[in-house]
Design a binder for this molecule. Structure first.
Ligand SMILES: CC(C)(COP(=O)(O)OP(=O)(O)OC[C@H]1O[C@@H](n2cnc3c(N)ncnc32)[C@H](O)[C@@H]1OP(=O)(O)O)[C@@H](O)C(=O)NCCC(=O)NCCS
Length: 170
């Protein structure tokens, strides 16, 4: 089976905020940024998987700064880790006011995808090898994030989660 790196999946998408994308405060609508993050991260997961992917979970979305009409938005997504069939991606969003060159960080999130086979069933994920220190940190943290996600989705019990076993075995 192939082996990929997070860099292989790296996807950068650039948009400009137009009036139609804004809310009543003249800031980018939350739903629009979630949509852009979904597209960028689906491309990253799809590049990694070399297949069509579907979104299975969206979590830890932060909205740290509002984005103004006219500002340029850069959405960067990378695969952090894969499990059996699921593919976790991390997304960072930056905005820039071009005249002032003020660049500010606005959002981060984790989106999880599954690649589907020709029968529409989840496909085994291609392994990934993190290279940089940051990629290794993301890789390490992914098991805990996955287990929290699956507990909250009611797919596993907290007592089954590897990362939390120590808490329950005292
Ligand atoms: C994705 C889908 C095919 C998975 O079907 P399923 O019967 O749940 O399959 P599985 O139980 O094998 O789950 C597949 C993977 O998704 C993960 N998963 C499922 N639900 C999840 C959730 N709520 N949070 C995190 N991961 C989840 C499972 O843990 C599994 O990953 P793993 O193999 O690495 O452990 C099905 O849930 C689906 O079609 N969902 C709708 C997707 C969609 O329409 N997205 C929006 C448009 S792109």
């Amino acid at each position: 089976m192939d082996q990929n790196t997070p860099a292989y999946s790296r996807t950068i998408m650039t948009e400009i905020v137009l009036p139609n994308d804004a809310n009543a405060l003249n800031n980018l609508r939350g739903g629009k940024i979630l949509h852009w993050m979904d597209i960028a991260s689906a491309i990253a997961a799809g590049k990694h998987a070399k297949a069509v992917v579907v979104t299975v979970s969206v979590d830890q979305v932060s909205f740290d700064n509002p984005i103004k009409i006219g500002d340029v938005v850069t959405i960067e997504a990378k695969v952090t880790r894969v499990f059996n069939t699921s593919i976790e991606t991390y997304i960072e969003v930056w905005a820039e006011n071009l005249p002032s060159q003020n660049r500010y960080k606005c959002n981060t999130a984790y989106y999880t995808f599954v690649a589907l086979d020709s029968n529409g069933r989840p496909k085994k994920a291609i392994p990934i090898t993190p290279e940089t220190a940051e990629e290794k940190n993301q890789f390490e943290g992914a098991l805990k994030r996955r287990e929290i996600r699956l507990i909250l989705a009611g797919r596993i019990q907290a007592t089954e989660a590897e990362s939390f076993k120590a808490l329950f075995n005292q």
